[in-house]
Design a protein around this ligand. Structure first.
Ligand SMILES: NC(=O)c1ncn([C@@H]2O[C@H](COP(=O)(O)O)[C@@H](O)[C@H]2O)c1NC=O
Length: 518
C-alpha cells in the first residue's frame, strides 16, 4: 500500500455540473482550496463555498468566448510540476506558482452535439481544448496529481481525501481513466473531421477508423476452453446484442454470443412474427407464423434433432404460449425484444436457459479482423420488402401463385442468415430443409433435400444464396420435387441452368442479388 498524498489545492472546471456543489463543499470541509473557471466557479460560490476564480491565478481574463480560460503557464505549471523533483519545486517557488494536487474536469459534449444534428460551427465550438490539456497534464503527472473526469467519482475521491489523500495506485488508476477519456474524445473529433468535415472523394470508407470499446465482461473462455475471451461494448451503440439486458440464466459464453447474434440476424430479417433456432451460427430452424408461439413450433419442426441446445431469437415479444413451448426443449439462449407478462417467469423456472431482452440494432457497417488488419464492408441488407413478382425476373416455368411467391420470399430472406453455400427449402413459411456451409452448391442442395426428407421436400420452394454454377444442384432439387426456386442468377452457365429448370417444369426466379455469408 503506497503512501497517501494529501490534497491541499484543487482545480475544478466542469461542463457537466452534476454534484459539483456537494463535491466542492466536501473539498472545502476537508480544508482544500478550490480554484475554478467561469460558470463552475459561479455554481460553487452560489452554494456558499469559497472559491478562487482562475483569473485571479492567471492574472488574465477568460477571452475569445471561452476558448481561452485555463491555457496559462500558471495553471499548467501548477498541474505539471513533478513534486518529487527538487528542480521543479524550486522553479515553482521562483515563479511564485502554487501546485495543484487535484484536477476535476469534464469536457464539452462534443459527441452529443454531433448527434443533435448541430451545424459545423456549433460542433467545432464544442471541441474542448483547455479541458483535455488539463486532464492530460494531470494524468501525465499522476505521481503528484489526482485527476477526475467523471462526477460519478466525486464520492470516492472525497473519501480518499478525508483519509489523507490518494495513494499512487489510485492516482495511476485515475490517470488511466483520464487518458482513455481524452482518447475517446479525440476519436470522436477525428472521426467527425475525417468523415464529415473533410471526407475524401472516391471512397465511401474513411481513410482512418478510430475505435473505442469498453470491456463488458471477461468470459469464462472463448470458442474453446483453452482460449481466453472477453466481450466489449460500443459506448455509443443504441441497442444490439452487446447492450442486451440479461433477465435470467448463467453468464453468456463466447459461443452463446456468436449464436445469439446469428439468431437475431435471421429472425429480424423477417417482417412477420418469426423465430430462428441457431446451432453453430447457422439456423437449424426458421419460420414465420401467426404469432411467436406458432413461428417457434414450426421453426422447431424444421429440425427437432438439431434444435436441442439451440439458441433462439424471436422478432416479437415472447408470449406465454411460446415460453411454454420453449421451456420444454433444452435451449441455451432465448433472445427477444421483450417478454409478455408471465412468459419470463416460465423461462426463469428453467435453470439452464439464458434469457436476453434486446433492442435490435442493425449494423450499417461490418468489420472483420484479418491478420495484420481489418476488412470493412457495408452490411448485407436483404431487399426491402416489396413485391418479388415485380422485382425478380421469372426465367423459367409459370409465374408462381401468391402463396408460392410468399414462400419464396420467406426462403430468400431466411437463406441470408445461412452460411454459404446456402440452400434453404421452405413450405408455408417454414424452413423444411437447410443445406449450409458446404464447399460446393450441389452438396448444399443434397444436404437440404436430405434434411427435409422426401415428403417435405416434395412441393417445397428453395432459395439459393448465390447462382447455380452448373445445373447439377438445381437437378438435385428438381428430383426431390421442389416446385419453385429463387436464385440470384449471373452464372456463365445460366442458360444451362434455366434449361434444366424448364425441362423439370420448375419455376425459377432470378433475384439479381447475391447473399453470400461467410
Ligand atoms: N479553453 C480553455 O482554456 C478551457 N479551460 C477549460 N475549459 C472547459 O470549460 C468547461 C468549464 O467552463 P465553465 O466553468 O465556464 O462552465 C470545462 O468543460 C472545461 O473542459 C476550456 N474550454 C475549452 O477549451
Amino acid at each position: 500500500m503506497s503512501e497517501r498524498q494529501a490534497v491541499r489545492r484543487a482545480l475544478i472546471s466542469v461542463y457537466d455540473k452534476t454534484g459539483i456543489e456537494d463535491f466542492a463543499r466536501g473539498l472545502a470541509d476537508a480544508g482544500v482550496e478550490i480554484v475554478s473557471t467561469g460558470s463552475t466557479a459561479a455554481r460553487i460560490a452560489a452554494a456558499g463555498v469559497a472559491v478562487t476564480p482562475v483569473e485571479d491565478v492567471t492574472g488574465f481574463p477568460e477571452c475569445l468566448g471561452g476558448r481561452v480560460k485555463t491555457l496559462h503557464p500558471r495553471v499548467h505549471a501548477g498541474i505539471l510540476a513533478d513534486r518529487r523533483l527538487d528542480t521543479h519545486r524550486a522553479q515553482l517557488d521562483e515563479l511564485d506558482i502554487e501546485p495543484f494536487d487535484l484536477v476535476a474536469v469534464n469536457l464539452y459534449p462534443f459527441a452529443a452535439t454531433v448527434a443533435s444534428g448541430a451545424g459545423q460551427d456549433e460542433v467545432v465550438e464544442q471541441i474542448d481544448i483547455g479541458g483535455p490539456s488539463m486532464v492530460r497534464a494531470a494524468a501525465k503527472n499522476h505521481p503528484s496529481v489526482a485527476v477526475l473526469v467523471d462526477p460519478a467519482g466525486y464520492g470516492t475521491a472525497l473519501e480518499a481525501i478525508r483519509d489523507g489523500g490518494f495513494t499512487l495506485a489510485q492516482r495511476q488508476a485515475l490517470a488511466a481513466t483520464a487518458f482513455r477519456h481524452t482518447a475517446d474524445y479525440d476519436i470522436h473529433v477525428a472521426s467527425w473531421m475525417t468523415s464529415v468535415v473533410a471526407p475524401e472523394e472516391g471512397s465511401p470508407f474513411p481513410r482512418w477508423i478510430g475505435a473505442s470499446f469498453e470491456r463488458l465482461s471477461t468470459l469464462r473462455y472463448g470458442e474453446n476452453p483453452h482460449q481466453g475471451a472477453a466481450v466489449y461494448t460500443d459506448p455509443l451503440a443504441q441497442g444490439g446484442l452487446a447492450q442486451a439486458r440479461q433477465l435470467h440464466g448463467k453468464e453468456m459464453s463466447f459461443n452463446n454470443y456468436v449464436d445469439a447474434d446469428a439468431a437475431i440476424r435471421a429472425a429480424f430479417d423477417q417482417s412477420r412474427p418469426a423465430v430462428a433456432v441457431i446451432k453453430h451460427a447457422n439456423p437449424c430452424g426458421i419460420a414465420v407464423g401467426d404469432d411467436i408461439a406458432h413461428a417457434h413450433a414450426r421453426a422447431h419442426e424444421t429440425d427437432p434433432v438439431s434444435a436441442f441446445g439451440g439458441v433462439i431469437a424471436a422478432n416479437r415479444p415472447v408470449t406465454v404460449a411460446a415460453a411454454e413451448q420453449i421451456a420444454k426443449i433444452f435451449t441455451e439462449v432465448v433472445v427477444a425484444p421483450g417478454f409478455e407478462d408471465g412468459a419470463l417467469e416460465i423461462l426463469q423456472a428453467r435453470k439452464n436457459v439464458r434469457v436476453l431482452e434486446v433492442d435490435p440494432a442493425a449494423l450499417q457497417v461490418e468489420w472483420r479482423r484479418i491478420t495484420g488488419g481489418l476488412l470493412v464492408q457495408h452490411a448485407d441488407a436483404v431487399d426491402a420488402p416489396g413485391d418479388p413478382a415485380v422485382s425478380w425476373n421469372l426465367v423459367a416455368g409459370d409465374a408462381a401463385d401468391a402463396a408460392t411467391l410468399s414462400d419464396l420470399e420467406f426462403a430468400w430472406r431466411a437463406c441470408r442468415s445461412v452460411k454459404s453455400n446456402a440452400i434453404l427449402l421452405a413450405k408455408a413459411g417454414a424452413a423444411v430443409g437447410i443445406g449450409m456451409g458446404q464447399v460446393n452448391r450441389v452438396d448444399s442442395c443434397r444436404l437440404a433435400v436430405d434434411r427435409a426428407g422426401a415428403e417435405r421436400a416434395a412441393g417445397s420452394v428453395a432459395a439459393s444464396d448465390a447462382f447455380f454454377p452448373f445445373p447439377d444442384g438445381l437437378q438435385v432439387l428438381a428430383d426431390a420435387g421442389v416446385k419453385a426456386i429463387a436464385s440470384p442468377g449471373g452464372s456463365v452457365r445460366d442458360g444451362e441452368v434455366i434449361d434444366a429448370a424448364r425441362e423439370a417444369g420448375i419455376t425459377l426466379y432470378h433475384t439479381g442479388t447475391r447473399h453470400f455469408f461467410h
